[in-house]
Every structure is written in structure tokens, then in C-alpha cells.
Write a protein that binds this ligand. Structure first.
Ligand code: MD5
Ligand code: FE
Length: 204
């Protein structure tokens, strides 16, 4: 894709089918320990259309009462999140120059009608660290905006095996998922899309 702004790195098909399958397996294992829960918006308590879980020492959470935050334990089971798979830690080390490993891997599951409204990722103290996301399963229309909500935006079609990194001057860009292209991949048995997002939360 020509003309991506500074701080946006897009690696189409970085992961081949084998590594996508390995990652799918690792996520399935993690989900046995840390099943999807239904995230809710702060104050309104409205359910999001995405299902979420996490891997790593910290996990990103949201609920009606306490809102957006990172916590070391699953909100329903109270258990610590399972570890981040080695393959993802290696990907972070290979693609970023950040001097410490990621602490959180958010697992987002999108069904055929799930979406995610435009937002900034700013719940991390380590805003100097990149955010690295891996797409698995059905393709999605990702929307990438600017630093203000009203700035113009562009669409990027994300496919299974693609990796996207936002860092530096692009770390706080608004972004969201407009829609899922149902049936576009055979990777996930029940269809839909998994997005894995690696983040450093605290300063190392
Ligand atoms: C997703 N997830 O596909 C989207 C896009 C989220 C979220 O936005 O917060 O869970 S991954 C978006 C993304 C990729 C790389 C960098 C940044 C966001 N970023 O720095 O904001 O489930
Ligand atoms: Fe985000």
C-alpha cells in the first residue's frame, strides 16, 4: 500500500498458513484457561459486539463500573491470564526495537457483524512503545484516521496473516474496524476474525 504515514508499518501476509495455524492453536489453548468475556462500555454498560480475552502478565479490560484498564486477572474466573505465545514474543523482538517485551496480548474475536468504533489506544503508560497487531481468519476493513477524531481517514483491508504496527508519531491515531468480510478465510473453524494486539503497558 503506497503512501502509508510515518509510524505505520504494514506487513501483508507476513505469517504463512503454517504459522497462522500454529497461532490459532496457541490461542485456542489460551482460551481454555481464559475464555472470552463480553466487554461493556464504561457508564452506559452497553455490550461491545467483539468478544475479548487476553494473554500475558496484564490484560486490557472494560466494564460498566470501572471502564478501560489493565488487570492481571480474568474478570470472570479471577485466574491470571495465560502466557503470551513464544511465536508472538519473537515477532515483537524481530519487528520492534523496543527494549522490553510486550506485557499484554489482547485477543479480539469478531463475528460476521462485529465492528469496533473509532478510538485511540491510550490506556498504556508506555506510549513510546509500538502496538503490534496480527490478523487471523476473515478479512476486515480497518479504518485509520489521524490524531484528531475529525481528521480524514483511510481504509486498509486486513487479511489473515497480516501484521500492522503503529508507533512513534502514529501511535495515537484514531482507528477502528468498519466491517468483517464473512467467509473470506477458512482458518477459523466457525468463521469470523481473531485479532491479537501486543502492547507494552508499563515503562520498563
Ligand atoms: C482489531 N483492535 O483489529 C483492532 C485493530 C483494539 C483495536 O483497535 O484496540 O483492540 S488492531 C489496531 C491497531 C493496530 C496497531 C496499532 C494500533 C492499533 N494503535 O497503535 O492504535 O481488533
Ligand atoms: Fe485500538
Amino acid at each position: 500500500i503506497p503512501g502509508l504515514p510515518e509510524g505505520v508499518r504494514y506487513y501483508p501476509s507476513l505469517l504463512g498458513r503454517r504459522r497462522q495455524e500454529a497461532l490459532r492453536g496457541a490461542v485456542e489453548e489460551a482460551l481454555k484457561e481464559a475464555p472470552f468475556y463480553e466487554p461493556r462500555l464504561p457508564r452506559s454498560g452497553k455490550a461491545m459486539s467483539v468478544r475479548m480475552s487476553n494473554m500475558g502478565p496484564l490484560g486490557w479490560l472494560t466494564d460498566k463500573e470501572k471502564g478501560y484498564r489493565y488487570e492481571p486477572r480474568h474478570p470472570v474466573t479471577g485466574a491470571p491470564w495465560p502466557p503470551i505465545p513464544e511465536l508472538l514474543l519473537e515477532l515483537w523482538a524481530r519487528l520492534t526495537a523496543y527494549p522490553a517485551p510486550p506485557e499484554a496480548c489482547l485477543i479480539n474475536y469478531y463475528g460476521p457483524v462485529s465492528k469496533m468504533g473509532a478510538h485511540q489506544d491510550r490506556d498504556e503508560a508506555a506510549l513510546d512503545a509500538p502496538v503490534l497487531s496480527v490478523s487471523l481468519g476473515d478479512s476486515a476493513r480497518f479504518r485509520l484516521g489521524g490524531l484528531k477524531r475529525s481528521d480524514p481517514s483511510r481504509q486498509i483491508l486486513l487479511h489473515s496473516g497480516d501484521v500492522l504496527i503503529l508507533e512513534g508519531p502514529s501511535r495515537l491515531r484514531f482507528h477502528g474496524i468498519d466491517r468483517i468480510l464473512g467467509g473470506s478465510s477458512g482458518l477459523l473453524p466457525g468463521g469470523g476474525r481473531l485479532n491479537l494486539t501486543l502492547r507494552r503497558v508499563t515503562a520498563p
